[in-house]
Ligand binder design. Sequence first.
Ligand code: SAM
Length: 233
Amino acid sequence: MSRGRRISRVKMVLPTKQVAEKYFREWESHTLHHTPGVFPKLTARNLFGRDELFSLEIGCGTGEYLNAQAAAHPERLFLGVEISRRAIYYAVNQAAARQLQNILYLKADFKLLYPLFAPDSLEDVYMIFPDPNYGGAKKLKNRIFKPDFLDLMAAVLSLQGAIEVVTDQELFLYDMLEIAEADRRFAKPHEERFLQGFSPPEKTRFQTAWEKFNRPVFRFLLNKVRQSPYIPE
Ligand SMILES: C[S@@+](CC[C@H](N)C(=O)[O-])C[C@H]1O[C@@H](n2cnc3c(N)ncnc32)[C@H](O)[C@@H]1O
């Protein structure tokens, strides 16, 4: 089954009005592209009403990883960004069922959110099985982990804040490592070039699927070690 079809098999269950108000925001691509300034900046103050750092998952799918993080760390704040309505509704309904108080889900294209981030606002960032976007130059344009992504992270992560990347795609892993290793604003906290295996308290939908085929899982961490003032558009 393709990566996309795994999500299309998730039943679409609309969150109730009350649940949506508490856990869900939707920022539409056309407006984000043309007039991003109509949306609030992505700060913990604007999202959660608190002056703190928050943690971000990019492409959070059905939310298993982020909901588990939020449940395990009630003192911290979590934002999940996901473009699939079906997947994010599932994540939102699960957050409500668990009565989480420290999480919000944003339906948006992450690549259009760059101008809305604020310097030094993120504690850490998770990319759990990001799409490799294989299939030609047109698809590759949608890949998130590129040098401009690290430019963004160098500005918006707090110093020593971490990016965690997990993938089952070996060639994609090497592409990302090459970009990361060339960027002196980041350093890996592990001696190995990358780590093998990933054992979160709750596995994501994609991890459960890949493990049925005995596919290896690769992981690496990057800590921000130098500040950059520049937020790319
Ligand atoms: C392979 S899935 C992994 C989902 C989840 N992290 C998991 O492990 O089950 C990649 C996810 O990234 C989302 N995604 C891809 N590009 C995105 C973008 N530009 N903005 C937001 N989400 C995106 C997809 O919709 C998909 O749910």
